[in-house]
Design a protein around this ligand. Structure first.
Ligand code: PMV
Length: 347
């Protein structure tokens, strides 16, 4: 089938890893499996318009963020197109207009690569489906995740919800290094509607990109132990999700966050992405948990911002604590209330 022109719009969320992906092999193959909560409020909406062009010699596209032309986004997208060309062979046949916007501020320090790359991958799969109309739904999602992975590893965990596993793990049927899958086992109601309040400690550009960080795991003195730890933490989480043991959940998730940053601090060259306020917040959370017995915990991405995680039925008290005690450590008092979400949507 041949299609002259058209456009597709997808809205795709960000995600927050509980067991972290840090370290990769060639072709964006992760060194260890990871699992994440899909988010709900933090998302990217992308419209991909396409029209057939005469010559198919090179990629041709323009990128707009909030209606503003963004030529500085082009190299990243060109790299992505090169990586996926063999799977979406029509890429050079069209001129593309990529119009994108995020629900969170661009300079918030929240990475838009997971939501952005997954939204773009989904738009491209929609074109592929237009050309192959009998494509089954499962194939569509799996291939979208596969393509998203080649844009940004963690992006492959943003297609579906609410818990997504990426990377082969012996105890998780269907898990693959090539794409994310919806977590296939029982999840206790304690995790329903789980909350994630993101405290924006530092909105500046990261000093070290995650690409550089992943690469520093090659030859890292603790690499093998770290990859083993991720496997074992994911094993433990299977049981935790089944039983709803929130204390065990907290221990695994916080340890994962600190282990991720420990890898950064022990690589060569070493670096620190946490800021003084990151540590102040962590200590406040520990104090509050000790005093109240509530199940509030933290996790971190590759940056200074803190994700505060807590069950829905404790939201009232925890939010009050966040507003009274933690927001003071945020840059310009900025934070985002998010929660577990259910994946991308076509608009
Ligand atoms: O998707 P990338 O290459 O930007 O890597 C992200 C890695 C972490 O956010 C630090 C952890 C994760 O699993 O999302």
């Amino acid at each position: 089938k041949s299609v002259e022109k058209g456009s597709f719009t997808w809205s795709s969320p960000s995600n927050i890893a509980l067991v972290k992906y840090w370290g990769k092999k060639a072709d964006q193959i992760p060194e260890n499996p990871s699992i994440s909560f899909t988010l709900d409020a933090c998302k990217t909406t992308t419209t991909l318009s396409f029209s057939k062009k005469n010559s198919s010699s090179d990629f041709s596209f323009d990128v707009f963020l909030d209606d503003e032309k963004k030529d500085d986004f082009k190299p990243k997208i060109k790299t992505f197109f090169k990586r996926i060309e063999r799977y979406v062979p029509f890429l050079k046949d069209y001129h593309f207009k990529i119009e994108t916007s995020n629900t969170f501020p661009h300079s918030s320090g929240i990475a838009s690569s997971a939501s952005g790359m997954s939204a773009l991958a989904l738009c491209l799969m929609s074109i592929k489906r237009e050309l192959n109309p009998d494509m089954p739904n499962d194939y569509f999602h799996q291939k979208a995740s596969f393509l998203a992975r080649l844009g940004s590893g963690s992006a492959c965990r943003s297609i579906e919800g609410d818990l997504v596993v990426w990377g082969r793990h012996v105890e998780i049927d269907g898990s693959s290094d090539l794409y994310g899958i919806k977590y296939p086992y029982e999840v206790h109601p304690n995790f329903e509607n789980y909350q994630d309040t993101i405290l924006l400690v530092d909105k500046g550009e990261k000093q070290v990109s995650s690409t550089v960080g992943h690469n520093l795991m090659h030859g890292h003195p603790f690499a093998e132990q770290r990859f083993g730890q991720a496997h074992s933490n994911l094993s433990k989480l299977i049981d935790v999700f089944k039983t709803g043991d929130l204390n065990a959940f907290i221990q695994i998730v916080e340890s994962e966050a600190l282990s991720l940053h420990a890898m950064m601090m022990t690589s060569m060259p070493y670096f620190i992405l946490m800021k003084p306020n990151t540590l102040k917040i962590i200590n406040k959370i520990w104090e509050f948990r000790q005093d109240t017995g509530l199940h509030v915990s933290f996790t971190l991405d590759a940056g200074a911002n803190v994700h505060v995680l807590y069950p829905a039925n404790e939201a009232e008290s925890v939010l009050e604590f966040i507003k009274n005690e933690l927001v003071a450590y945020c840059q310009n008092g900025h934070y985002i209330c998010d929660k577990i979400g259910f994946g991308a949507k076509q608009l």
